[in-house]
Design a protein around this ligand. Sequence first.
Ligand SMILES: *[C@@H]1O[C@H](CO)[C@@H](O)[C@H](O)[C@H]1NC(C)=O
Ligand SMILES: *[C@@H]1O[C@H](CO)[C@@H](O)[C@H](O)[C@H]1NC(C)=O
Ligand SMILES: *[C@@H]1O[C@H](CO)[C@@H](O)[C@H](O)[C@H]1NC(C)=O
Ligand SMILES: *[C@@H]1O[C@H](CO)[C@@H](O)[C@H](O)[C@H]1NC(C)=O
Ligand SMILES: *[C@@H]1O[C@H](CO)[C@@H](O)[C@H](O)[C@H]1NC(C)=O
Ligand SMILES: CC(=O)N[C@H]1CO[C@H](CO)[C@@H](O)[C@@H]1O
Length: 396
Amino acid sequence: MALLDSHVLMGIVRLIFLSALFVGTIVSSESQCRNFESIISFGDSIADTGNLLGLSDRNNLPMSAFPPYGETFFHHPTGRFSDGHLIIDFIAEFLGLPYVPPYFGSKNENFEKGVNFAVASATALESSFLEERGYHCPHNISLGVQLKIFKESLPNLCGLPSDCRDMIRNALILMGEIGANDYNFPFFESRPFDEVKELVPFVISNISSAITELIGMGGRTFLVPGGFPIGCSVAYLTLYQTSNMEEYDPLTGCLKWPNKFGEYHSEQLQVELKRLRKLNPHVNIIYADYYNASLSLGQEPAKYRFINGTLSACCGVGKPYNFSFSQSCGSVGVESCNNPSKYVAWDGIHMTEAAHKLMADGLLKGPYATPPFNWSCLSSKIKNKNSLENTILFDE
Ligand SMILES: *[C@@H]1O[C@H](CO)[C@@H](O)[C@H](O)[C@H]1NC(C)=O
Ligand SMILES: *[C@@H]1O[C@H](CO)[C@@H](O)[C@H](O)[C@H]1NC(C)=O
Ligand SMILES: *[C@@H]1O[C@H](CO)[C@@H](O)[C@H](O)[C@H]1NC(C)=O
Ligand SMILES: *[C@@H]1O[C@H](CO)[C@@H](O)[C@H](O)[C@H]1NC(C)=O
Ligand SMILES: *[C@@H]1O[C@H](CO)[C@@H](O)[C@H](O)[C@H]1NC(C)=O
Ligand SMILES: CC(=O)N[C@H]1CO[C@H](CO)[C@@H](O)[C@@H]1O
């Protein structure tokens, strides 16, 4: 080294600098092709793998703590609001990662390959904001609070700040589903459409600011679900039942106006995601079209071997949709159907494992992710396991 004069040294420094730039360019142009090392998840019951259960005290357990929740898989209740796997479980299986462990209530859990902050009945907006407007929230672990707790827990999750940046960079960040409860709570209290609609820009802006914050922390790939066709949800169908057949879609039997609401939220979200992609061209922000994915199950039930579209819950009591707010799945005396795999609706609000599997496939293999995932970097072992025969595969 002593022989190198300062010009040579500067040359080397410049070379290193330039190659760093060069590598940087390659990485960003390939940002769609990633081998995810973990899953980081925020949201509500759609992705809750046990957080609400972990947060609850023994005398006040959620319904998901009781059979028949979990009867198909894991063969006992885990806090998941379904008879088995959630969409996030199928994503983890697809990526060759362990099921994403819930952050709350877990002891000595290893979060190296994933961590889940999604809590059932969470809202996108702060509970205080919603309470001020007269809406009641069961708890205050909103999206913002989940993100805050994530940041505070980083030293335990990944150690050094540079290691945490790497972890976040190499993770698939599942941003939701979140927002549905911001609308469900007022709608379940029969509040008017236009009043609830006023919440949409706030919800979208908070999802957006959470994504922006995570990008600042190194986040590179986001999967952001839109809304559901809530007019096909057994809970909405029961609550807003009407003899005016004009209010129903003749093909699916779903209520039209709540579906319009779900579309509106999803369209606004997509506009915002486009804006975020422009601002952050090196980040891959994937819209997950939960709306069309779940609508398709109701439109062509026979194709998927569902016997009754989305219109009857497998687990529940009550006419005509097998649902009642006062006696829900998980309560004493409420049984499930013999064949949950033939139903889309599990408990009237959440879907069956069978429906989750189709939803996950629709995201991972298309056509319900925009832009679609690029699995060309996935290891061949995982590719084979997932039989991605319709995808152009490259060997490593
Ligand atoms: C997927 O990623 C690979 C590797 O970076 C790239 O060559 C290919 O063009 C990408 N495919 C699509 C459809 O973007
Ligand atoms: C959430 O509510 C609990 C009490 O239920 C309270 O102790 C806590 O401070 C609240 N947290 C936030 C972020 O509002
Ligand atoms: C449903 O799919 C159509 C056609 O691809 C698309 O234009 C629309 O935005 C999707 N709806 C939602 C809510 O994402
Ligand atoms: C399908 O749902 C309708 C309406 O809830 C119900 O009357 C009918 O019995 C259901 N059929 C089956 C096969 O579950
Ligand atoms: C309603 O749920 C019960 C279990 O409580 C199940 O046996 C039955 O098949 C369901 N009915 C319909 C119409 O889906
Ligand atoms: C109204 C509301 O809930 N606003 C929240 C949006 O998200 C940020 C954090 O990303 C919170 O600080 C706000 O309170």
